[in-house]
Write a protein that binds this ligand. Structure first.
Ligand code: ADP
Length: 375
């Protein structure tokens, strides 16, 4: 928008007419004071400013505008008497563009100048936008690079821990075999298996991540019994976590369409986290129900919980709650993989949680295939 500042109503009318006829939006002010008020409220591309006005003159107005951050890109065309020295005009304004036209105004020249200023304004706006987008992209890439480095270092550490344990247990195992102590041999074999299972899960998660990145995470969907699946999962997890009572609440009673192994992966992940992030407690609840043709499964714990600000972010890749990340080992990829699996079942995933009171991680998926899925 252009602001015309002139104490002569006649000048304003004729300038306004020409500019509006050429498609420009125009605002007007009859004095310097009025112009300053308007500049504070609105953004103008260009101000056409009469130099000789009673009260504040054009130079004073321009000088004041220089201090307004809102008007830093606003250009000014002074309308001056032919005798005015241009050097003097330049002192009055140090930002935006600047030009002058002598009175009586030649409308053709004025229009040419207005169009030029508009073109420059548009170009500089586009350049600013491009620069902003580039800076954002650079920041994003730097952040991604940093996260990747952190991930590699944590991943190597996470892989090394069970490997070192396996190595240690194998050495101890050798000694127990030499001594012929079968009970100890069995116990150590169990520990080796446990550590190898941890390694297996880690490597599988890392592979899943790379499959998600390359769009190659495949699903094998068919109807399966969620009730059977839940009983199996609870049996297995209960055995390896004697300290916890895993209770199932509810039943489905019908077959559900999905990739059974992937749904199992999500539930196991929720339960593993529920146990991991609930030291000092001894109960996990698994809630299952059908609501509005959707299967709902929630895993509730009474552990550390988390503050509101983390609740959406925990499903992001590599996100871990910083306050507790040193206390609990992890890579921050399990829930990201779960979110991808549930999204690929056209479902929703979420968490209800309160810091210090525990969490309920849940997902909902449609019971039956949606239109775009073939049986
Ligand atoms: P990891 O457990 O390996 O860090 P996840 O992706 O499974 O990775 O979880 C991401 C983060 O979400 C965890 O680091 C933890 O901060 C938080 N979190 C997950 N489950 C729970 C839970 N049951 N209670 C509290 N915090 C949890």
């Amino acid at each position: 928008m252009i602001l015309i500042v002139d104490d002569s109503p006649q000048n304003i009318i004729s300038l306004r007419k020409v500019l509006e006829k050429n498609g420009f939006q125009v605002d007007t002010a009859a004095s310097g004071e009025e112009a300053l008020k308007k500049v504070l409220k609105k953004s103008y591309v260009l101000i056409i400013l009469d130099v000789q006005m009673p009260g504040m003159d054009g130079f004073e107005v321009a000088e004041t505008i220089t201090g307004y951050s809102k008007a830093k890109d606003t250009a000014i065309i002074f309308l001056s008497a032919a005798s005015t020295d241009i050097k003097f005009i330049r002192q009055g304004y140090s930002s935006g563009g600047l030009d002058y036209i002598t009175k009586p105004v030649d409308m053709h020249i004025l229009l040419l100048k207005v169009k030029t200023f508009y073109r420059i304004y548009e170009q500089s706006r586009e350049l600013n936008e491009m620069q902003k987008a580039l800076l954002e992209e650079i920041e994003y890439r730097k952040e991604a690079e940093k996260k990747k480095d952190e991930f590699i270092s944590i991943a190597s550490h996470e892989l090394k821990t069970p490997l070192t344990s396996v190595k240690g247990y194998l050495q101890l195992l050798e000694r127990s075999i030499d001594k012929g102590d079968i009970a100890v041999v069995k116990n150590r074999l169990f520990k080796v298996q446990d550590q190898l299972e941890k390694l297996n899960v880690l490597v599988a998660d890392l592979l899943d991540i790379s499959k998600i990145e390359s769009g190659k995470l495949k699903f094998n969907k068919k109807y399966f019994s969620v009730d059977d699946l839940l009983h199996n999962i609870i049996d297995v997890m209960q055995q390896s976590n004697n300290d916890f009572k895993i209770n199932l609440i509810g039943a489905v009673g019908e077959q559900v369409f999905g990739d059974e192994m992937r749904i199992e992966q999500v539930i196991v992940n929720f339960i593993t986290n529920a146990i991991k992030y609930s030291p000092g407690t001894d109960e996990i609840l698994i809630k299952v129900e059908i609501c509005d043709n959707n299967l709902y499964i929630g895993v509730k714990d009474f552990g550390i919980g988390m503050a509101k600000e983390h609740q959406d972010k925990v499903f992001n890749k590599f996100y871990r709650v910083e306050e507790t990340s040193l206390r609990f080992q992890g890579l921050g990829i399990g829930l990201y993989i779960c979110a991808e699996i549930i999204e690929r079942h056209n479902g929703t995933i979420g968490v209800k949680s309160k810091l210090g009171d525990g969490s309920e991680f849940y997902f909902k998926i449609p019971l039956h295939p949606t239109q775009d899925e073939n049986l």
